[in-house]
Design a protein around this ligand. Structure first.
Ligand code: NAG
Ligand code: NAG
Ligand code: NAG
Ligand code: NAG
Length: 259
């Protein structure tokens, strides 16, 4: 009799444990990520530019010129301070590259192409909230250095544009990524510095986008990346819960046998 109640007590205990695990792992993923979510140590620019949108041409040029490695090592810097103030990338969309005279681009030497890529990045993290001030403060230096590759910012009624060389207006269409120390913004035009293009290259008139991108209004992280992370951890959690449920059901069977 005593043995039987001891076994019963153990069986009940065994039932309670997986139940606790079940209720814990069934909690929504938001619950165990407190407000200052642990930010990833660095963003993978290759993944970001290939997955987050139509920046394949830009990524291809970055890889060919090895500028990608320069940008990634800047993005990797975790000791963000005065000597590592971060990185801002202006990523022209594929349609922007397609609009530029193909001969003008294919004529470029690898050094010129490299300079062109470096003209699309600033060695500072520039959150969207800083652009109004940047518009007033004058040209922003890029990684290419020199005033010819600097970028002028305009900010009017919440719309941000950048200008450089022959490009008088490249609209900042969306914030692809913005988490200190890295910001990546999409442009609807390629920046065409005079340093790289002594003569103005032909650029086709912009084609109105079929699906307008939402205007840039806030400084948020890319929704896609966040959702991917969330759904991944959700599926892990469902897996855990499933395991606990199987354990619970088999123990339930075991408990009945003992009685
Ligand atoms: C970025 O991800 C790609 C695969 O998606 C990988 O090949 C590459 O090594 C990663 N780069 C860094 C800097 O983590
Ligand atoms: C950036 O960091 C990743 C992982 O920490 C590493 O694999 C990669 O080689 C680094 N890239 C550069 C260019 O420093
Ligand atoms: C490309 O280079 C060739 C020869 O160097 C030159 O004749 C031609 O005008 C260039 N085309 C463009 C679009 O710059
Ligand atoms: C930026 O604007 C200044 C004057 O406002 C102008 O002199 C300069 O050429 C512009 N720079 C570029 C890269 O467009």
């Amino acid at each position: 009799m005593e043995l039987k109640s001891a076994v019963l007590a153990i069986a009940v205990l065994c039932l309670a444990l997986p139940l606790a695990a079940l209720s814990q792992s069934a909690q929504p993923p938001v619950a165990d990520t407190p407000a200052p979510a642990p930010a990833p140590h660095h963003v993978n620019l290759t993944d970001l530019l290939s997955l987050a949108g139509p920046y394949g041409t830009f990524l291809d040029y970055l890889e060919r010129t090895d500028v990608l490695r320069t940008l990634q090592s800047m993005a990797n810097a975790t000791d963000v301070d005065a000597s590592h103030p971060g990185l801002t990338v202006f990523a022209p969309e594929d349609s922007a590259f397609a609009a530029v005279d193909a001969a003008a681009l294919s004529n470029l030497t690898s050094d010129e192409l490299r300079t062109l890529m470096l003209c699309h990045a600033a060695p500072r993290y520039l959150p969207l909230s800083s652009f109004a001030a940047l518009a007033a403060s004058g040209p922003v230096a890029t990684l290419a250095g020199g005033s010819q590759c600097a970028v002028n910012v305009t900010y009017a009624a919440g719309r941000i544009s950048v200008a450089s060389g022959w490009t008088s207006k490249a609209r900042l269409v969306t914030s692809v990524y913005s988490t200190r120390p890295v910001a990546v913004y999409a442009l609807d035009a390629v920046l065409l510095p005079r340093q790289v293009f002594p003569a103005e290259p032909a650029v086709a008139a912009p084609v109105p986008a079929p699906a307008p991108s939402p205007p840039v209004t806030s400084d948020g992280a890319p929704a896609g990346a966040t959702e991917r992370g969330a759904s991944k951890s959700l599926s892990c959690r469902l897996g855990d819960a499933g395991g606990a449920l199987v354990a619970y059901l088999s123990l339930l069977g075991f408990g009945f046998l003992m009685m």
